[in-house]
Design a protein around this ligand. Structure first.
Ligand SMILES: O=P(O)(O)OC[C@H]1O[C@H](OP(=O)(O)OP(=O)(O)O)[C@H](O)[C@@H]1O
Ligand SMILES: O=c1cc[nH]c(=O)[nH]1
Ligand SMILES: [Mg+2]
Length: 209
């Protein structure tokens, strides 16, 4: 079963509080989501393998370390996942970005696929699927299915807020995928919204309703 990592760094939790607050403006919401994405990537990349290198400092040769040749593919689930892309790219600027367009049908809560565009070398990359919200898990599962149908493996999922129902669903459907979240909330309401959550992430990022 995939592990669930709660990114409980105080800076992440502090910013998440303002992300949740209904009085936070679209401009501030967007900036905070961007910042939390950066901080979460810092936590997620903690176990990246390093290799030894030598560099010549102005004083002498030094034994140092660099990340050992892993290539990242970043897979935002449109639309709301786009709000986390720049924050991740700040720390992983060489990542390529593949887009998976899904919206959740408001009546059935089932994901509807409308766009997929992936880097040509996606099979060679470690993939990080990003979306602020993991509610029923339908969208994350569908996005991971899109990747696996093309032969991808080595997939992680990063979300700001998850519902327990969504975590359980991804763990069942994709037991090889580790999940990174800033918070696991209480439950889903009758409309499939996370409680207490933050509302509709896409609408809050882009000022739509
Ligand atoms: O876990 P689920 O039950 O599938 O719900 C989560 C999905 O819902 C939201 O997207 P939405 O459908 O609102 O699309 P949007 O990003 O275009 O607003 C969110 O960004 C996730 O993709
Ligand atoms: O709480 C939720 C659930 C799904 N999508 C959102 O944007 N928010
Ligand atoms: Mg939405």
């Amino acid at each position: 079963m995939g592990k669930v990592h709660i990114c409980d760094h105080p800076l992440i939790q502090h910013k998440l509080t303002y992300i949740r607050d209904e009085n936070t403006t679209t401009k501030d919401f967007r900036a905070l989501v961007d910042e939390v994405a950066t901080l979460m990537v810092y936590e997620i990349t903690r176990d990246l393998p390093l290799q030894q290198v030598q560099v010549k400092t102005p004083v002498t040769m030094a034994d140092c370390q660099v990340i050992s040749g892993r290539m990242l593919g970043l897979i935002p689930i449109l639309r709301a996942g786009l709000g986390m892309v720049d924050g991740v790219l700040k720390l992983m600027p060489a990542a390529k970005v593949g887009h998976v367009g899904l919206y959740r049908d408001p009546d059935t809560l089932q994901p509807v696929e409308y766009y997929v565009k992936l880097p040509t070398d996606v099979l060679e990359r470690d993939l990080l699927v990003i979306d602020p919200m993991l509610a029923t898990g339908g969208s994350a599962n569908a996005a991971i299915d899109v990747l696996k149908r093309r032969g991808c493996s080595r997939i992680k999922l990063m979300c700001l807020i998850a519902a327990p129902e969504g975590v359980a669903s991804v763990q069942k459907e994709h037991p090889d995928v580790d999940i990174y979240v800033a918070a696991v909330d209480d439950h889903l309401n009758d409309h499939g919204y996370i409680v207490p959550g933050l509302g509709d992430a896409g609408d809050r990022l882009y000022g739509t309703d």
